[in-house]
Each structure stands twice: as C-alpha cells, then as structure tokens.
Write a protein that binds this ligand. Structure first.
Ligand code: SAM
Length: 217
C-alpha cells in the first residue's frame, strides 16, 4: 500500500508520541519496551498498512504489547489517526507504532525479544527480480529467526496464491516447519475468532479465498 504523499506526514510522525522512528528505535535496541507503560509479551505486525488488524488485536488482548510496523509515513499517519479516533472512549495503551523498513528489524530488536510475528497481505512483488523484497523471502526469514523467541511462530495470511506458493517453497528449503497451512482459511475451524485485516475484508468480500500458514522452527 503506497498512499500519495500527504503534506506534513513527516512532522506528524516525528511528533506522534505513540510512534517511534527507525533511527531512534535502533538507539533503543534492547529496551524498545520502554515505549510502553508496562512490559508485556511482545507481538509485531510487519507491513501493517492502516493498522486495522493490530488495533483490533490490541483491544482483544490487553495483556500483550503490540507494535505495528510500516515503512511509509503517509500510511502510518492514517493508522495513528484511526487509533486516536478510537481512543476518544478508551486509550489503547498496549499498541505502539514503528516507522521502519523490515530490513532493519534485527538492528532494532534483541535476539528472541519478539513473541509472535504477523505478516498480513504482504506486497507480492510478482517479478522474479524483486523476489528478495517479498517479506517471506529467505533473507527476511533469517531476520525473523534472530528476533523471534524460541518456540514462537510467524502467522502469514494472503489472498495471493502466487506469493503463498512461493512462501511454501521458501519454508520447505529452510529450517522453518509448517505448523498449519490452508488455501481456504475462512472455511477452516481454525478461523474461529479470526481478526480480519483491511485487505482481508476487501478481498474476501470480492470472493477471493484467503490462504494462511503458521510456521515455527
Ligand atoms: N497488513 C495490511 C492489511 O493486511 O490490510 C496492509 C497490507 S499492504 C498490501 C502491505 C503493507 O506493507 C504496505 O503498507 C507496505 O508499505 C508495507 N511494507 C511493505 N514492505 C515493507 C517493509 N520492507 N517494511 C515495512 N513495511 C513494508
């Protein structure tokens, strides 16, 4: 998702108290949980877009801290504005945002610091020459391997069958194990209680099937 540039979004992100930028997060390595009022288990969504999923996860699980990660400031600004709109009733203390490229995550999080990673409707980058930009490429899985706690999982949903099949191949050739796999997740009993992302709502309402995998190592 790349929104047109929104005038003033850089200053908005710099001033937003619920958001931290990549350079500051790198300085904070090892104490990133200082951005929360309380330390709790930590779950992150990489490429959260406008943040519908992570917002609803944070509301549903107040005992967990969530960080929504997004590289584009204009997109992140929308996520922050939507969080603030919801907070007119009650503040969401366990949700913070990180403006960063996923490439930098091992410079930001300590080894084993993250309890779960969500990848939702990641950009497919269909051309072979862009395969290393896919968030399920071997290089990205190696980054997740360093920051994810032992015995923890990555949950990945997409409607893009090409990206899903590519990701299955990457997993097969790696140390990661496939714990769950469905090409039609919404028809599975495991989808009970599923929290939908913005893209998931849009594409499933158009009749697209949603694929999901859970991997661990
Ligand atoms: N997860 C949301 C959903 O399911 O509705 C948004 C999906 S959108 C297609 C993918 C998002 O990932 C975009 O907002 C994009 O800017 C972000 N993204 C892509 N590559 C990224 C990277 N390397 N680091 C951080 N964010 C990234």
């Amino acid at each position: 998702m790349r929104l047109r540039h929104i005038k003033g979004c850089e200053d908005f992100i710099t001033d937003a108290k619920e958001c931290i930028r990549e350079d500051k997060a790198i300085e904070l390595k090892g104490s990133i949980q200082d951005i929360f009022e309380e330390k709790r288990p930590l779950q992150i969504e990489i490429g959260m877009g406008k943040g519908q999923f992570i917002r609803n996860m944070a509301i549903a699980h107040p005992d967990i801290n969530f960080i929504g990660i997004e590289k584009y400031e204009s997109v992140l600004m929308k996520a922050i504005q939507r969080k603030r709109n919801l907070e007119k009733d009650k503040s969401i203390e366990n949700l913070r945002f990180l403006c960063a490229d996923a490439k930098k995550l091992s410079e930001i999080f300590e080894a084993g610091e993250v309890d779960k990673i969500f990848l939702n409707f990641s950009d497919p980058w269909p051309k072979d020459r862009h395969a290393n930009r896919r968030l399920t490429s071997p290089d990205f899985l190696n980054i997740y391997d360093t920051i994810l706690k032992k015995d923890s999982v990555i949950e990945f949903k997409t409607d893009n069958v090409g990206l899903f099949e590519y990701s299955l191949e990457v997993v097969k050739d790696s140390k990661w194990k496939l714990d769950f796999c469905s090409f039609d997740f919404h028809s599975e009993k495991e989808s009970e209680g599923n929290i939908m992302t913005e893209y998931e709502e849009k594409f499933s309402s158009q009749g697209n099937k949603i694929c999901k995998m859970i991997i661990s190592r």
